[in-house]
Design a protein around this ligand. Structure first.
Ligand code: NAD
Length: 418
């Protein structure tokens, strides 16, 4: 992946692109380009051998005009202040385009979690939760899983928070295990919205996603579920990758069998149902109908964008295309469904989880999936509407036009304090 594009600058460029189509003052746009605050903290944690280690950690609260800050917590060696700021901004606009009553936030720890035991990860997570405690809460800021975090981390954060606050407040985090107050359908939600966005995009083009060949970069939570649900729709998933490499079969991979293989061996490579394997980046330029980047930012830069063969890209990952790549793909008529809509299933079902936590009344999976489909299809319609009525050049700018207008309106209605 290219190391060059700074994700925070990418976010700001996306906001600038959309602001040209909005009747919103430059002073308000300036505010909407920066986080309200960023917590940077150093965690000191005891390792299993008794030694101490310092970990840098961040939480960015980008915008709270439409509701509590909301967004995941990432564990990765490349986590940085600017990455967290960018991801928190994307969350603010994601919650706006799907019309759920949240702002945007994001956090992360600079760590390669593979190098630590489960007990160490628990202590690191609880230490971060202690630092976050004054800033989070179901009406303040609600963390969720992101890259390399999942139900265990959310359960530890909730337990630490509730213990220190002497309360029960399951809605302080989302993405929890069911018995700890999680929602049915949450684990699958990001992949499900990716599938729904792909289905709508093909429909928009007068095509059927069932006839599509698909390549998926990244076979973690978002990527594998998207692949599996697209296969369920009838699409042919010809290639998938993870950080170890890519596998391919032109007649289609059995996505569940690939998942089982990854669970057993730790990677998709050496899967016996594949005909060939290659370096992960080669997957991005395969001649497929649909490309789903579901790994990390900047997977496609300007140079690689020239080699893209897919007709449609649906961004399961956050920020997988650099702004320069976006320009190239717009020129070459590749339809890109932006991250803030395509992967919004995660935060949408997080919202359903929070609603259920607050009502202490839980829905079945069918209801969750139905409500999610309504939200994503409505958001896609809003995006198409903005695309067709604003003379914007691509779907991403259309999505930002809708989202920024909503955040700006909430800000202007609230006014400035003091
Ligand atoms: P994950 O940790 O479960 O999976 C990430 C996958 O990407 C892993 O399979 C990893 O091996 C792979 N990967 C890493 N580097 C790669 C590379 N260079 N080439 C190919 N594969 C590579 O994470 P996730 O939760 O699936 O998140 C993936 C993306 O989706 C991130 O951008 C995240 O912000 C975004 N996202 C996730 C959710 C969610 O609910 N999980 C919601 C919204 C957005």
């Amino acid at each position: 992946m290219s190391e060059e594009a700074n994700p925070f600058e990418s976010l700001q460029e996306q906001i600038d692109d959309a602001s040209a189509y909005l009747d919103v003052g430059d002073d308000v746009i300036e505010r909407l380009k920066h986080p309200e605050r960023v917590l940077e903290t150093n965690l000191t944690v005891e390792l299993d051998d008794g030694s101490l280690e310092r970990f840098r950690a961040f939480r960015s609260q980008f915008n709270g005009d439409r509701g509590p800050y909301k967004g995941g917590i990432r564990y990765h060696p490349n986590v940085s202040r600017d990455e967290v700021k960018a991801l928190s901004g994307w969350m603010a606009y994601k919650t706006a385009i799907v019309g759920i009553p949240y702002g945007g936030g994001k956090g992360g720890i600079v760590i390669d979690p593979k190098e630590y035991s489960e007990k160490e990860l628990e202590r690191i997570t609880r230490s971060f939760a202690k630092e976050l405690r004054p800033f989070i809460g179901e009406d303040r800021d609600i963390p969720a899983p992101d890259v390399n975090t999942g139900q265990p981390e959310m359960n530890w954060i909730k337990d630490t928070y509730e213990t220190l606050e002497n309360t029960t407040e399951p809605g302080v985090v989302t993405g929890k295990a069911i018995e700890s107050g999680g929602s049915a359908g949450r684990v699958e939600a990001t992949g499900r919205s990716t599938m729904l966005a792909a289905r709508e995009a093909f429909d928009y083009l007068g095509r059927d996603v069932a006839d599509a060949t698909v390549a998926v970069q990244g076979y973690g939570n978002a990527g594998w579920i998207a692949a599996n649900l697209l296969e369920e729709q009838g699409a042919t998933v010809v290639a998938v990758s993870d950080s170890s490499g890519a596998i391919h079969h032109e007649d289609g991979l059995d996505t569940q069998a690939v998942r089982d293989h990854k669970d057993e061996t730790g990677s998709v490579v050496d899967f016996e149902g594949a005909t060939d394997e290659f370096a992960g980046e080669e997957l991005l330029t395969l001649d497929v109908d649909l490309l789903v980047p579901a790994a990390l930012e900047n997977a496609v830069d300007e140079e690689r964008a020239h080699d893209i063969e897919a007709d449609v890209i649906v961004e399961a990952a956050n920020g997988p295309l650099t702004p320069d790549a976006d320009d190239v793909l717009t020129e070459s008529d590749v339809l890109v469904v932006p991250d803030i809509l395509a992967n919004a299933g995660g935060v949408t079902v997080s919202y359903f989880e929070w609603v259920q936590n607050r009502q202490r009344f839980y829905w079945d999976e069918e209801r969750v999936n139905d409500e999610l489909e309504t939200v994503i299809v409505n958001a896609f319609d809003d995006l198409v509407d903005a695309y067709e009525n604003n003379d914007v050049s691509n779907f991403r700018t259309a999505a930002y036009v809708v989202a920024i207008r909503r955040v700006a309106q909430a800000f202007e209605e609230g006014g400035v304090f003091p």
